[in-house]
Design a protein around this ligand. Sequence first.
Ligand code: F6R
Length: 380
Amino acid sequence: EKQGFRHFMLKEIYEQPAVVRTCLATYLNEQWRAADHPSHSPVFLGLDPQLTKNLQHIQILACGTSWHAGLVGKYLLEQLAGIPTTVHYASEFRYAAPPLTPHTLTIGVTQSGETADTLAALEMEKQRRLTLEDDYKPLILGITNRPESTLATMVNEIINTHAGIEIGVAATKTFVAQVLAFYFLALDIAFQRHSLSLEAIEHIMVGLRQLPAQIETILEQQGSAIEALAHEFAETQDFIFLGRGINFPIALEGALKLKEISYIHAEGYPAGEMKHGPIALLDAKVPVVAIAMPGSVHDKVISNAQEAKARDARLIGVTPMDDNQARSVFDDLLLVPHVEEMLSPIVAVIPLQLLAYHIAARRGLDVDQPRNLAKSVTVE
Ligand code: F6R
């Protein structure tokens, strides 16, 4: 059932174009056009309007990779939908929750729907909100790949991420599907609240529809180059991943994928923070992966990467094929199609998944079942 792939993780990485196609077909309204001045939402989430009415704050609770998806979600909900959003590790939130804020939507993100800390944090929040004397009911939204899970019994609404069962312990396709769910949610709220023009909404929808083919391009054209590059890092002990803005969470995710399956120490950092400490770690033995996608922070990431290069670090860039400036700075390239900033996390994460996979496979490790890890963490 690995369908010719050496590991489930690789199969699941290659399933991502199909997963994205399914999510788009399920949630995006194909007929929706800005020029028609539609009065209905561009997405089919079918959420209770109570959920997003008068919303002043969104709080996202999750663990691990789902927490990274939440961080991308924060960026989208703030920048597209205009709602201040906080993201919490569920394991921290449940023991030190911030003071209650009114008109707050709580979102639990868990692909398995069974993560003990996430469920406990959501339950605690639900009970706590019942004591709040505002007209806002304790509404909780779940984002999960398993609508039959325990999560579903605890929340008011579910967004099903439709990624299909994921067997590899390292989350790949479920992460991409969670991030997509946040695009749909942000577009829905942006439409209800008029925080984006209809044209801007349509523009993002057009971009979303191009993602499956763009992911395919990466898998087809970069797969063997990334495998060859990965072989050079079979003995490497430390990696740094840098990103900014919407791709800072992708730097965290690239580092987490690498550490959990290859057992190489890896840290993800917002690129601008490097000079406040981590730069002391750099030398010729520590490769630096920088996510340099087009957009507001592109030049900043390049200059942060150059600072790393000045410390002899080997520089690997995740960057579009047509970015000549970035190409001249990096020693090695993880090339992706040119997409705009708002959509860049989905293409940027793909080569990082492949890099982690091929390094671990080269080391002969049990990629699908890394030591000490379980697919779902049902104990605290
Ligand atoms: C990383 C990974 C874990 C999970 C985390 C949360 O690849 O798989 O970090 O993301 O345990 O799991 P869920 O999403 O099931 O709550």
